[in-house]
Ligand binder design. Structure first.
Ligand code: NAI
Length: 331
């Protein structure tokens, strides 16, 4: 039996976690979920939104499924999500983005992968208040982290039959920091002669993505651009409710959707569990449970093809009704 950490999050986190746990169980796979709470709700009792026990659990089990956790804007604790990725050195954020069956969007030929550096850039959290009216955030880019993420992107491309890895920067303006990321990409690319190389500025990328996403294959980006661009690409395939993700390091991996805790629909049984379910399917492949991964994927696709959808995709089903349809289609 697999031991897997489940961080069930807050906001819509617990609702979509319940759905995914139920579906995996119904597929016939026994998982021993090590449930770990995190976020604002645990601060009062434990003094931190990310208690040590959560990190220990992921380190021990090596694999986690994570639902979203709220990060209060402005003052307070650092984001649980950023901290978790940093503490566990989950340096690669992988966000595959592909059309789903019977989910109509502007384009029906989206099939790209966002590879986002996960540990540095403006997300390193190095900020200082200079005076009442001035604040600085330091953008940290190192050759070590940049080469590591570029190598991850090229290796991913090789393993998954992808043809091109395109590096995304704003190196024309941030000549030193983004320039270093670009230079690291060029160095690494020399080791992958069979994969096409391409360089693009992030603003041009955004324009081209909304014109014709089929122009792109694998994208590799520093942290901030990766965060923003992957929400854009989520929009290309039907929105945040269907956008999956994974944070991968050398020792462990945390699978989580792109979306946040969606406080606007919390507790209303409206959330789409698909993004977390697709993340869980990738997790099952990662632990070599390919048969169950495929079975669940087919049940999800069948459910969508039957036009059974949640509200965000133009359907009428609640989270629990949608979950029940998928479970029915597993049988
Ligand atoms: P959000 O992703 O939570 O929501 C944006 C919009 O998408 C909302 O209208 C929401 O209802 C909708 N949406 C998101 N997921 C959905 C789903 N599964 N089904 C149906 N609709 C869905 O982004 P927002 O509002 O900017 O962030 C809310 C909180 O989540 C913030 O505290 C933020 O820091 C946190 N967050 C956490 C992440 C994580 O845990 N990895 C990632 C992104 C944000």
């Amino acid at each position: 039996m697999h031991n897997i950490t489940l961080i069930n999050g807050d906001g819509i986190g617990p609702e979509i976690s319940d759905s995914v746990v139920k579906i995996i169980k119904a597929s016939g796979l026994d998982i021993n979920w090590d449930i770990q709470t995190a976020g604002v709700d645990v601060i009062e009792k434990e003094g931190s939104p990310l208690p040590q026990r959560v990190l220990d659990s992921v380190r021990k089990n090596k694999v986690a499924l994570k639902a979203p956790v709220t990060t209060p804007i402005g003052k307070g604790f650092r984001s649980v999500n950023v901290q978790l990725r940093k503490d566990l050195d989950l340096y690669a954020n992988l966000r595959p983005c592909k059309n789903l069956p019977n989910v109509k969007t502007r384009f029906d030929n989206v099939d790209l992968v966002v590879v986002r550096e996960n540990t540095e850039d403006l997300y390193a959290g190095v900020e200082e208040k200079i005076d009442e009216n001035t604040a600085h955030s330091i953008k940290i880019i190192t050759r070590k982290a940049s080469e590591r993420i570029c190598r991850f992107a090229f290796d991913y491309a090789l393993k998954n039959g992808r043809k091109e890895v395109c590096v995304v920067t704003k190196a024309n303006i941030m000549k030193l920091s983004d320039g270093l990321f670009l230079d690291s990409y060029r160095n690494v690319a020399k080791d992958y002669p069979t994969i096409k190389q391409r360089e693009i500025l992030v603003d041009n990328l955004c324009m081209q993505l909304v014109q014709d996403p089929s122009r792109f294959d694998v994208l590799v980006l520093p942290n901030l651009y990766g965060d923003i661009v992957s929400d854009l690409t989520a929009g290309l395939i039907g929105g945040l409710g269907v956008a999956q993700g994974a944070n991968i390091g050398l020792d462990c991996a945390v699978f989580e959707p792109v979306h946040g805790s969606a406080p606007d629909i919390k507790g209303q049984n409206k959330a789409n569990p698909t993004a977390l379910l697709l993340s869980a399917i990738e997790m099952l492949k990662y632990i070599n449970e390919n048969e169950h991964a495929l079975k669940i994927e087919q049940a999800l696709f069948k459910t969508l093809n039957e036009n059974n959808k949640t509200v965000d995709l133009g359907g009428k089903l609640s989270t629990t009704e949608f979950t029940d349809c998928i479970i029915k289609n597993l049988l």
